[in-house]
Ligand binder design. Structure first.
Ligand SMILES: C[S@@+](CC[C@H](N)C(=O)[O-])C[C@H]1O[C@@H](n2cnc3c(N)ncnc32)[C@H](O)[C@@H]1O
Length: 239
């Protein structure tokens, strides 16, 4: 990741949790937690690779307090926000670069989550092989990646749902947050633009399937309708 990439994510960290107040984002993270419900091991080890501000880890910790959770991210600012949210012995946060070999032994984790980070990496296939290496055989990969990076779909979906619910408190909060939503929208437009210059890779589900299988995964479910139809979600098993 270049310096400007780091600066970008460090800047985005200031606003990122406001994205976490949108209905599509909250729903996406709930769907991901749902993909882990088959894990009954009280001591399960789970990694959020590219954990950002720790929103997903917090949701998992609240649902599964005994699991041993780890989060890795390159952005110091993202990790600072995450550590304020996760003052908990069961969550280990560390700074690291996902475009390099990962600092974990083979077959360490029962599950690995990768949400909206693979597209930023210069060699997604090498990263997927690393995720397979650190997963136990039979372990779960939950992978989310944009295929249709149109940020307006996320914000329109959020506004539509808030206004449909007709709750004055929710509508008022959404209005107060509007300046932050507009800034986030602008940052997400920048992300989408990086797809046009091939800096980022946005891939539809069908062109991902073969890649996942060649990296040692069996796809269990694949959906392309999540996060307001902008992302694909794969649940896959390490074979
Ligand atoms: C769009 S955010 C997603 C955060 C989180 N997974 C979520 O769903 O909210 C992308 C995250 O990937 C991180 N990231 C980008 N490139 C990275 C790299 N090479 N190594 C580690 N983290 C990286 C950024 O710092 C940022 O926190």
């Amino acid at each position: 990741m270049s310096i400007s990439e780091q600066a970008f994510w460090n800047f985005y960290a200031r606003l990122y949790d406001t994205l976490g107040t949108t209905i599509p984002y909250t729903q996406l993270h709930r769907e991901i937690v749902g993909c882990l419900k088959h894990i009954h091991n009280d001591q399960a080890r789970v990694l959020d690779a590219g954990c950002g501000t720790g929103h997903q880890l917090k949701l998992i910790r609240d649902r599964h307090p005994s699991w041993r959770l780890s989060g890795l991210d390159r952005s110091e600012a993202m990790l600072q926000v995450a550590s304020r949210k996760l003052r908990d012995d069961n969550v280990v946060l560390q700074q690291g670069d996902l475009s390099k070999p990962l600092p974990f032994n083979d077959e360490t984790f029962d599950a690995v989550i990768s949400t909206n980070v693979l597209y930023t990496l210069p060699d997604p296939v090498a990263h997927l092989r690393e995720l397979r290496r650190i997963l136990k055989k039979g372990g779960t990969l939950v992978l989310v990646n944009p295929w249709n990076p149109k940020p307006h779909l996320i914000f329109v979906d959020h506004l539509r749902r808030v206004f449909n619910r007709k709750r004055p408190d929710e509508i008022a909060l959404t209005c107060f947050r509007m300046p932050s939503y507009i800034s986030i929208f602008a940052l997400n437009l920048l992300i989408a633009a990086k797809g046009h210059t091939q800096t980022y890779t946005f891939t539809p589900a069908h062109s991902f399937s073969g890649t996942l299988e060649s990296c040692g995964f069996k796809i269990l479910t694949a959906r392309q309708d999540i996060y307001a139809n902008t992302c694909v979600l794969f649940k896959a098993k390490a074979v």
